[in-house]
Ligand binder design. Structure first.
Ligand SMILES: *Cc1c(COP(=O)(O)O)cnc(C)c1O
Length: 392
């Protein structure tokens, strides 16, 4: 682990000389795209020496090439105290592999109620079929999570802030309880990335990213990662291998390219997002702005204490009206694309319909989620003002 500051590690990490330089001299800055299925060996002995698969030794395409190793090493470097990172063809694939690495039949999983929809679906279908029960908990439960832990509880899954509703969790308090009771902790850290919230130093065992979002940063790749501590490295490696998980070298290369500018992009997303969020807060049609860096957001005090920044994704609650009126508002915006996903350079908007179990809250009106991109925020505000002026 480099002693350098995170901004410097972003630039240095994964650029090993042997992945960028020719043996007889000369090199390039970025590891190139190594596409491979078959790896050729000089002898049976060399073939046998490549077992078991490990970073830095070519074995078979599925075990990676310098392109994916560089990204894995870089993501590990961003989480002080982490031992390893594995890649997956999507963020959802990463969530599934991490949970399958930790759980077994008969276990109970404590899952945050504000989790990403497909993660909830995984728990309620496949994990259930394989004998894992899921109990949903209030994102703001904090250390009281202790009261939900039973004989069968094996792991706690966090996502902070929560998908669609942005509750910021007390991650250190929950992880402290988990450590005391011998439970594994997993976090979906896609919103903050390790740059704004290093999850492993906060006590998390497995930190999951949809690299599709801010790591890629240009809305043109699908990729996921899990970074874990030493005690979980073996299980994660084994689960990833037997599940046949691997990532395309082209997507790994694009993600590595995106990673180098993550710091400057996130800081501009933060600045633009806050400007739009603060403006929205003062509009009569808006009941509440759910932005972790603003006091109206549930768990805001945890954001202030634990995070190094805010990114460009947040939501606002309309004051009255219905889904059809919210859809008209969304349709009328010119600078905001209508679409799933987020984390690219461009602004996006979508209706947010939280599906909850335990901690359902009543909202004043429909919720709209915004991803604020790198456009000038004043242009975005003009666009939103025109849409809100027509809101009825
Ligand atoms: C998008 C997203 C995922 C899933 O990532 P994909 O690459 O789209 O599968 C997981 N968690 C969160 C919070 C996300 O926003």
């Amino acid at each position: 682990m480099s002693e350098h500051k995170p901004e410097t590690r972003l630039i240095e990490a994964g650029r090993r000389r042997e992945w960028t330089h020719l043996e007889n001299g000369g090199g390039i800055v970025n590891p190139p795209v190594w596409r491979a299925s078959t790896i050729l060996f000089d002898s049976v002995a060399d073939m046998q020496a490549a077992e078991p698969p490990r970073m830095g030794t070519l074995q078979y395409g599925r075990s990676g090439t310098p392109t994916s190793w560089a990204l894995r090493e870089a993501l590990t470097e961003l989480e002080p105290g982490a031992a390893a990172t594995h890649l997956y063809p999507s963020g959802s694939g990463a969530v599934a592999a991490a949970l399958l690495a930790v759980l077994e039949a008969g276990d109970e999983l404590l899952m945050v109620d504000s989790t990403y929809g497909p993660t909830r679906a995984l728990c309620n279908t496949l994990l259930k079929r394989f004998g894992v029960t899921t109990r949903y908990y209030d994102p703001l439960i904090g250390a009281d999570i202790a009261s939900l832990i039973g004989d069968k509880t094996k792991a706690i899954f966090l996502e902070s802030p929560g998908s669609l509703t942005f509750e910021v969790q007390d991650v250190p308090a929950i992880c402290a309880v988990a450590k005391e009771r011998g439970l594994a902790t997993l976090i979906d850290n896609t919103w903050a990335t390790p740059l704004f919230f290093p999850a492993i130093p906060a006590g998390v065992d497995l930190s999951i990213l949809a690299c599709t979002k801010y790591i890629g940063g240009h809305a043109d790749l699908m990729l996921g990662s899990v970074t874990c501590t030493e005690p979980f490295a073996q299980r994660l490696q084994q689960a990833s291998k037997v599940l046949g998980q691997t990532a395309s070298p082209d997507d790994a290369w694009l993600a590595l390219r995106g990673l180098r500018t993550l710091d400057v992009r996130l800081r501009r997303h933060e600045e633009n997002g806050l400007k739009v969020a603060r403006w929205l807060k003062d509009q009569p049609q808006v009941a509440q702005v759910l932005h972790p860096a603003l006091p109206d957001c549930p768990g805001h005090e945890h954001w202030t204490r634990d995070f190094k920044g805010a990114t460009g994704l947040f939501a606002f609650v309309l004051d009255g009206g219905d889904d059809a009126a919210a859809a008209r508002l969304i349709d009328s915006l010119e600078l905001f694309g209508i679409g799933y996903s987020w984390g690219g350079f461009e602004s996006l908007v979508c209706p947010a319909a939280p599906t909850r179990t335990a901690s359902t809250r009543d909202w004043a009106g429909p919720i709209v989620r915004l991803h604020i991109g790198l456009e000038h925020p004043d242009d975005l505000i003009v666009d939103l003002a025109a849409g809100l002026a027509r809101y009825d």
